[in-house]
Design a protein around this ligand. Structure first.
Ligand code: ATR
Length: 286
């Protein structure tokens, strides 16, 4: 809260097109209130044709934003427009968090951090494994693969409908990563420690293939970065087979932590209360 009437609020944004369904304002709004900080976090819908003007205004100090989040379809474009992009974002090839730093626009990608932090929360020790099977080869998959390599996985098997896209990822990330057709997923799961779905598969009922997770290594874990519904068909299938599973909502919550800390100066906590708030928010469909 302001100590004097002259104090200036810290402002942050999420830009996207569309941006209506972003849950980020709920998350950052919760933390601003919880820590009684004088600031705001707002959604700004920016059509691709207007993105350049917005970023130029930000860089020239024509706005009073400290920074913000960048969501679809701008994650790659803003990557190219930023003055400084860190190594993580470079490896992933997209950014999701920006901030002004001494007049320069700095950018990073916090999705890989969010992915790992969620599993640290739900399944401590999940990263003791070596073999992971990742379904999908899009933008989200790049963040997951980066995270797995950082945590020491030495055999990451990417399965994708379009083999060529899986190959691009394998080339990008080096010898610990291999590319395969989706049909090979069941076979590749033998002895694996972790399965991650990064595709939208399973959003339509009945559209996922039957997978035998019981061939995974003892203590195998199945996770999904899709969090609507919370228990996705992949997670339900694992549960039915007696295999441990972890939902992906925490990735959304944890990826917000570094940005909040950068803009508002306080490292926030992902709490059960926040989790319940975001679930309720999704249920009301706002
Ligand atoms: P994101 O940034 O969310 O990862 P994306 O880059 O569009 O989104 O990638 C979507 C991923 O889901 C891809 O791996 C895609 O497979 P293709 O590379 O073959 O397109 C996968 N995907 C989406 N719909 C799918 C479907 N119906 N069957 C199989 N894979 C699907």
């Amino acid at each position: 809260m302001p100590s004097t009437v002259d104090e200036i609020p810290t402002r942050a944004f999420v830009i996207g097109y569309p941006v209506k369904h972003s849950r980020s304002p709920t998350i950052h709004g919760y933390w601003l209130k919880k820590y009684a900080l004088f600031g705001s976090y707002e959604k700004i819908e920016i059509a691709p044709g207007r993105l350049g003007d917005f970023i130029a205004a930000l860089k020239s100090g024509g706005t009073d934003y400290a920074g913000g989040n960048v969501t679809l379809p701008h994650k790659e474009s803003v990557f190219a427009m930023a003055d400084r992009v860190d190594e993580t974002a470079r490896l992933i090839g997209a950014i999701n968090t920006v901030w002004m730093d001494e007049g320069r626009l700095a950018a990073t990608n916090t999705d890989a951090y969010g992915f790992a932090a969620n599993l640290d929360d739900l399944r401590p020790g999940w990263d003791k494994g070596k073999i992971a099977v990742v379904l999908g080869a899009g933008g989200a998959s790049r963040a997951v693969v980066h995270s797995l390599l950082e945590r020491g996985f030495s055999d990451v098997r990417i399965c994708n409908r379009t083999l060529e896209r899986a190959r691009e990822l394998a080339d990008r990330f080096g010898s610990h990563v291999t590319a395969h057709e989706s049909a090979a997923a069941s076979e590749l799961l033998a002895g694996a420690d972790l399965f991650v779905n990064t595709t939208s598969l399973g959003l339509a009922p009945g559209d996922i293939p039957a997978i035998d997770f019981t061939v995974m290594a003892p203590g195998g874990l199945v996770t999904d970065i899709v969090y609507v519904p919370l228990k996705t068909p992949f997670l339900a299938m694992a549960e039915d087979q007696g295999i441990a599973s972890a939902d992906g909502l925490g990735m959304l919550l944890h990826q917000a932590v570094p940005g909040f800390e950068i803009w508002f100066g306080r490292r926030p906590e992902v709490t059960d209360e926040l989790r319940r708030l975001v679930i309720a928010d999704m249920e009301t469909g706002r």
